[in-house]
Design a protein around this ligand. Structure first.
Ligand code: UTP
Length: 481
């Protein structure tokens, strides 16, 4: 009884402190419906509120959607330090020798030093699919999901190099349970349970763009959304994933996004360039075809490698060309990176390494009467961290160019869009698999569709090594492992 009263008093004190904090930061309205809530709903709301850094939020609201003058930065920028594709096709130019890079990468993979981080916490709003994007059936013939393809690639990588390759997968409160259950149901598509590490990223509240007041989605809940793929760094640490990497001797982490089934996960040459350059962060790039391509570009600004988002790159700068007639800012980012684990640990102690980006968005919210209002115009500020903001902090950051049709076809959009739809992605997959087979000598008739499971062959080299490769393909074929 005595201790029961004690607990109650502590809870009350706690609550009063929270009320005081909310009042002094002008956010008292979030408790407007508190009396109507059940005990469970109350503690849920209190937990949400306690995770908020109100000072930081106020600072972000004051800053508004402004920030760095990217147009000015872009005008003073230079192309990034990079290994171009043309330099290494046919063996490399001696400085960045492709064969040497590959060999270094293979050694590191064989020693089990490479882990994989897949970010799958996004809401996939453009696609309009009612499940987490990773569950989308993208296989042109197999109907394999994005997650199946990624898991099979990781498994194939581990088999090829005879080492375990742990998969760290970041989810978010909206995508966690369903992805966890899906992987469990499919037995991780063959990956050993001890090599799959799921963890949930953090969230950020949204505020009214005019007043900076927190928006609520129900009487007992704030409107929260995932804190961006840049949330990866903090979540890797808080989930214990970094400790797990340390325990296993993982030194390099291959980062990619759930929407791109062409990602060459753990590509040995890419790992090798990272090692040869003694880089802390190496990024994959594809050459932009036109100035209008909607890709962020890598650039050197004041001596540091950075990504300039396509919406921040002035049209005339995007169109600049060098003496040879190539785009000056050619290096489009496809969100594939290799991080040194020690670098990530260093970044954890660097509080401002990943600033929040602020976007004006339409957010449905509860009004003072407790009714849900659907905004017609962008009414809210949302806050996200971006992973590429780590770049300027990295020593010897390096960009390596790959051919777009070998590495990049992201599923972003619903049918009808010009690119990055399911149909677009499948076309790229079939094109790539046909090319691998033809390069190895298989005759594929022009109207035949082919799909290769990563467990049958991981890449062109894997196809060439298959003794049971068909001599001729006349109709739709799925080569399964
Ligand atoms: P996008 O920025 O393309 O967002 O994410 P999205 O959620 O896939 O799609 P839209 O913009 O809502 O239509 C790129 C990658 O980053 C991950 C996504 O899951 C995807 O793999 N991501 C994004 C996260 O893991 N967390 C986030 O908070 C945001």
């Amino acid at each position: 009884m005595g201790s029961g009263v004690g607990v109650l008093m502590v809870a009350l004190q706690h609550y009063e402190q929270l009320v005081g904090r909310l009042a002094s930061s002008g956010q008292g309205h979030v408790l407007r419906f508190f009396d109507e809530l059940s005990a469970q709903e109350r503690s849920g709301l209190v937990a949400q509120l306690e995770s908020i850094d109100f000072e930081q939020l106020a600072l972000l609201c004051r800053q508004g959607a402004g920030g760095i003058d990217w147009a000015a930065a872009a005008r003073s920028a230079a192309p990034p330090k990079a290994v171009r594709l043309s330099e290494r096709v046919g063996g490399g130019n001696g400085v960045w020798d492709a064969a040497a890079a590959r060999q270094r990468g293979v050694e590191s993979l064989e020693r089990g030093q490479v882990g994989v981080i897949l970010v799958a916490g996004g809401q996939g709003s453009r696609l309009g699919f009612e499940h987490p994007k990773g569950l989308f059936s993208i296989g042109p013939i197999s109907n394999a999901s994005l997650l199946q393809i990624h898991c099979e690639k990781v498994l194939a990588l581990a088999r090829r190099y005879g080492a375990s390759v742990p998969l760290y997968m970041m989810t978010s409160p909206v995508t966690h349970e369903e992805q966890l259950e899906y992987l469990r149901h499919h037995k991780n598509f063959g990956l050993p349970a001890e090599d799959v590490f799921l963890f949930c990223q953090g969230t950020m509240p949204a505020v009214d763009a005019q007043t900076g007041k927190l928006l609520m989605s129900t009487k007992g809940s704030l409107f929260l959304s995932p804190d961006g793929h840049g949330g990866t760094v903090a979540a890797l640490a808080s989930s214990g994933a970094i400790d797990d990497m340390r325990r296993r001797g993982i030194e390099h982490l291959f980062y990619f996004q759930v929407d791109n089934p062409l990602t060459p996960i753990g590509n040995a040459e890419f790992v090798g360039y990272h090692l040869l350059a003694e880089s802390e962060l190496t990024s994959m790039a594809v050459a932009k075809q036109t100035p209008q391509d909607k890709l962020g570009v890598f650039a050197t600004i004041e001596g540091k490698t950075q990504v300039i988002e396509y919406s921040d790159l002035p049209e005339d700068v995007a169109a600049e060309r060098d003496e040879a007639g190539s785009l000056k800012f050619w290096a489009g980012s496809i969100a594939v990176h290799l991080f040194g684990v020690a670098f990530l640990e260093r970044m954890l102690s660097h509080k401002d390494a990943l600033p929040f980006h602020i976007a004006r968005k339409k957010v449905p919210f509860l009004n003072a009467e407790g009714e849900l209002v659907n905004a017609r115009e962008p009414n809210a500020l949302k806050f996200e961290r971006f992973i590429f903001d780590l770049l300027p902090h990295a020593r010897n950051a390096l960009v390596v160019e790959y051919a777009e049709d070998e590495v990049f076809a992201p599923l972003k959009n619903a049918p009808g869009a010009e690119r990055d739809t399911a149909e677009y992605v499948r076309r790229f997959m079939v094109g790539q698999h046909r090319r691998w087979l033809e390069q190895a000598g298989t005759i594929v008739s022009s109207d035949a569709r082919v799909e290769i499971s990563p467990l049958w062959a991981l890449d062109a080299e894997g196809v060439a090594a298959r003794h049971d490769r068909p001599a001729r393909i006349e109709q739709a074929v799925y080569l399964r492992g």
